[in-house]
Design a protein. Structure first.
Length: 254
């Protein structure tokens, strides 16, 4: 006797395979690719050392370079700026003087932000090198027209540029590749753990499911930390804090 329910079930499976699954995968790809394609600084906390004219020019230059990208914090000296970077109050700091630009950064916090600050610092150095020529004024009693014998423009002093990595990544992972690579598997593990606990057929109270979830996350985070640090040597040595950051759903880069 012919099974009448086979037809609808077959078509339902076809719809799921050709419509539902591609839609879910497309949303997952968009969830990961969209932020990467739109990545840009927005109120990124950075420091500026000193309240001198050079420091004010740095703030104006950075504001023009990335409008709305930076949230500026002023510090009286480099020591206080370095302390703020280590305490994760800011991602980096700009030290602008008449002779050069120094960027204090923390690649351990974010290699992407460190590259952004380096580029911004280079822009500041290039801008500072052009200021003497653009602001040059002729001396009193002389003509403003250029002559072949004597140039009225002052010589442009050399503006140095350097970066200082205050909180660096591990020597075994200088570019932070392990940090970024660990995010996707940890995210997948977090979804699998939550789905397995939620869909288990065993009748149990909610608090028991919560305990199971915390225990599974703790064990998975410990395993991820042992691989990333013990095997690859790519994580800092603050064991407890790093282990917590490796819980599923979070990133070891935190």
């Amino acid at each position: 006797m012919k099974n009448l329910s086979a037809g609808p079930l077959s078509w339902r499976r076809t719809v799921i395979m050709t419509v539902a699954f591609p839609l879910v995968i497309s949303l997952a790809v968009m969830a990961y690719a969209w932020p990467a394609s739109r990545i840009a600084p927005r109120d990124l906390p950075v420091g500026v050392v000193g309240a001198s004219t050079a420091g004010q020019s740095a703030v104006e230059g950075l504001t023009h370079y990335k409008p709305g990208g930076f949230d500026f914090h002023l510090y009286p000296d480099q020591a206080s700026a370095r302390s703020a970077i280590r305490n994760r109050e800011v991602y980096g700091a700009f030290v602008v003087t008449a002779g050069g630009v120094t960027v204090l950064e923390a690649t351990a916090a974010s290699t992407t932000v460190a590259q952004l600050l380096t580029t911004a610092g280079q822009q500041l150095a290039a801008h500072a090198a052009k200021l003497p020529a653009s602001h040059a004024k002729p001396a009193a009693g002389t003509s403003s027209r250029p002559t072949a014998r004597k140039s009225l423009a002052k010589p442009v002093p050399k503006v140095s540029f350097r970066t200082v990595d205050v909180v660096s990544t591990s020597a075994d992972d200088p570019r932070g590749v392990v940090f970024n690579s660990a995010l996707l598997p940890l995210t997948i593990c977090s979804i699998l753990i939550a789905a397995l606990i939620a869909m288990s057929g065993t009748q149990m109270p909610s608090w028991r499911r919560l305990i199971d979830l915390l225990a599974a996350c703790a064990a998975t985070g410990l395993a991820a930390y042992l691989v990333a640090e013990g095997l690859l040597g790519a994580l800092p040595h603050e064991h407890l804090a790093t282990w917590v950051q490796c819980f599923p759903g979070r990133s070891c880069a935190g």
